[in-house]
Design a protein around this ligand. Structure first.
Ligand SMILES: *Cc1c(COP(=O)(O)O)cnc(C)c1O
Length: 396
């Protein structure tokens, strides 16, 4: 059986998105800046996509800026707030220790440029509180940037309340909502958001397309100089098929949200319960304030990478916290942020499902993971020490 359970990394494009894009790759290939009709038809595609996405987020189309993805949107949002902050002599930024690297690495760079960054501690349940945000804000704070939902452990922050604190303190509030949009009801007005990043490939749209929402009146700097696209804020001929596909995928996700959420929550909870039957395992992140498709579990005495390779051999695509792609064996900064010790953080498994996953697939995962965990534990010297009582279990 082949089971794709890594939807937090990327998703398969929906048929709706693909068929919305095809005409813009075949016949309507004009440049949206051109005046003749084939260009204007392409411009209309972009215009309608902007309207559609604005409608889904609850904002005006003038507040939507297309980008090359979530990372670019995060970079531009943070850079813009920092630029205007510096002009006003405000060089302090509040964020959390478990943001995506697109946020954390941008903040690191800003620190080198003279900004001061407060990273809020994340509670063991994977949540930060509005009170923590309120206490961290200072007179020189120019930005609060806190993710809507975490990509590893799936926890959903009290964004509306955090936004209200920022509004009251008159501090710009940005949220990386890449894991939330298309998966949770998100409305930028209700949620008191000034800037929001999203990425199409996380909700069954194409890769390389994102959106930065910027509330009217909030400063946005030019990321790329050149033409007048995106109201002069981001030059370059628009990724027309991508933009059209992003809008189609989002509309479909939003329309099916309540149905897909109900289905996913059932599958997710079955998966969590099934996997927690494995001795010395623990769920990462709050069970309630959690994305409908996210499961993240640590197994004591094993190592995530080996687990993934063996699961791959069984046809299961999943992910682990550790950043194996970068060639480093550092455990996930997210798991460390919620207080998991190094050796436990190494043994993590993230399964992120979508509404195309079936009950049979979930049962298959539940039957295969325990076998692989036992196999790995049987060859692990750490596990032997635990069993022989030479070391004590961290996860009871
Ligand atoms: C995937 C992801 C990003 C990056 O989005 P890209 O479109 O791949 O650049 C940023 N933040 C979070 C939370 C993500 O999950």
């Amino acid at each position: 059986m082949k089971v794709y359970a890594d939807n937090a990394a990327t998703t398969k494009m929906s048929k709706t998105a693909v068929s919305a894009m095809l005409p813009y790759m075949e016949n309507i290939f004009g440049n949206p800046s051109s005046l003749y009709s084939i260009g204007q038809e392409a411009a209309e595609g972009v215009y309608n996509a902007r309207l559609s996405i604005a409608d889904d987020l609850g904002c005006s189309p003038k507040e939507i800026y297309f980008t090359s993805g979530g990372s670019e949107a995060d970079n531009q949002a943070i850079r813009s707030a920092a630029e205007i902050g510096a002009k006003r002599n405000k060089r302090h930024i509040v964020s959390t220790a478990f943001e995506h690297h697109a946020v954390l690495h941008t903040l690191k760079k800003l620190e080198k440029e003279g900004f001061e960054v407060t990273l809020l501690d994340v509670h063991e349940n994977g949540l930060v509180t509005p009170e923590q945000v309120e206490q961290a804000i200072r007179p020189d704070t120019c930005l609060v940037t806190i993710m809507y939902a975490n990509n590893e452990i799936g926890t959903v922050q009290p964004i509306k309340e955090i936004g209200a604190v920022c509004r009251e303190k008159k501090v710009t509030f940005h949220t990386d909502a890449v894991q939330a949009v298309g998966h949770l009801p998100v409305n930028v007005v209700d949620d008191n958001i000034d800037m929001l990043s999203l990425s199409a490939h996380k909700f069954h749209g194409p890769k390389g397309v994102g959106v930065l929402y910027v509330r009217k009146g909030v400063y946005l700097s030019n990321l790329i100089e050149g033409g007048a696209q995106e109201r002069g804020k981001r030059a370059g001929t628009e990724n027309v098929p991508g933009i059209v596909g992003a809008a189609a995928a989002l509309k479909e996700s939003v329309n099916n949200l309540s149905e897909s959420t109900a289905k996913l929550v059932k599958l997710r909870d079955r998966l969590i319960d099934g996997l927690l039957e494995i001795p010395h395992s623990v769920l990462n992140g709050d069970r309630e304030s959690r994305l409908p498709g996210n499961v993240n579990i640590c197994f004591e005495g094993i190592e995530g990478e080996s687990l993934l390779l063996l699961l791959d051999a069984k046809g299961i695509s999943a992910s682990s916290g550790s950043a194996c792609t970068s060639g480093s064996l550092d455990p996930s900064h997210v798991l460390l942020a919620i207080g998991r010790p190094h050796e436990i953080a190494h043994g993590s498994l993230r399964l992120s499902i979508c509404s195309e996953n079936t009950e049979e697939e979930i049962e298959y995962i539940i039957s295969e993971v325990p076998k692989v965990v036992s196999y790995l534990r049987n060859m692990s010297p750490v596990w032997r020490d635990l069993q022989e009582g030479k070391k004590s279990y961290v996860i009871q």
